[in-house]
Design a protein around this ligand. Structure first.
Ligand code: PGA
Length: 238
């Protein structure tokens, strides 16, 4: 299966910068590239024909949930995928596995595809608790989820996000195998796994050699069209 590159803009880019960004990326539309802009800008990217993701979605179809976007609203607008359980949601906004689980179920019900993010902190990494943490997150977040057909996992070590620190290819590859094993034990199916955390135009050719990976979730570098193009060119081979 073809690898994918997902750009997560988070809360970055001003309106005029989005305009320039769209111009700069123009020639690079591909069904292997998904852009997750700040929600406000989603219609601009849809209009230009990009595959678009949303950075989070709510637990219900509609209602009194100030500040939330329903997965059905996203789906009906043309959004392809939602990111659920990003570590910034877990850490900065205290999203629990229980909440993530209900966001995930609502998204699947709305027929959105889901990128479920999991990853360990620096401390957990140093205490060799990575496997335990990942297993706990995966099983709790997927609790009661019947099918994984529309889910991709993003392995994002929290200590690597935005830090410039990246695990070795060997470490990433072993962790990906572990994630696949945990999911296969529950569903008897192989899940696709992305890597995220300080992926950039300098390290992408090395990271792209990891052969059990299905692609990358790119934060900071995806907001710079020059860097993002280099990453896409490396991963999306014609
Ligand atoms: P980063 O972010 O590439 O800036 O480290 C990745 C992410 O948070 O998805």
């Amino acid at each position: 299966m073809n690898k994918i590159v997902v750009g997560n803009h988070k809360m970055n880019l001003r309106p005029n910068e989005v305009e320039a960004y769209l111009k700069a990326l123009k020639s690079l539309k591909s069904n292997q590239v998904i852009i997750c802009p700040t929600s406000l800008y989603i219609p601009f990217f849809l209009k230009q024909g990009y595959l678009v993701g949303i950075q989070n979605t709510g637990t219900d179809i509609k209602g009194a949930y100030t500040g939330e976007v329903s997965p059905n609203q996203a789906k009906e607008l043309g959004v392809f995928v939602t990111i659920i359980g990003h570590s910034e949601r877990r850490q900065l906004y205290h999203e629990t596995d229980e909440l993530i689980n209900s966001r995930l179920k609502a998204a699947l019900k709305a027929k959105l595809k889901v990128i479920l993010c999991v990853g360990e902190t620096k401390e957990e990494h140093e205490l060799l608790k990575t496997s335990r943490v990942l297993k706990h997150e995966l099983l709790a977040d997927l609790d009661g989820v019947e099918s994984i057909g529309n889910i991709v996992i993003a392995y994002e070590p929290i200590w690597s996000i935005g830090s410039g620190l990246v695990p070795t290819n060997d470490e990433i590859s072993k962790t990906i195998d572990y994630i696949k094993k945990v999911v296969a034990n529950k569903y008897d199916k192989e899940i696709r796994v992305l890597y995220g955390g300080s992926v950039n135009d300098q390290n992408i050719s090395t990271l792209n050699k990891i052969n059990n990976l299905s692609g990358f979730l790119v934060g900071g570098a995806s907001t710079d069209p020059v860097k993002f193009k280099k990453i896409i060119r490396e991963v999306v081979k014609k």
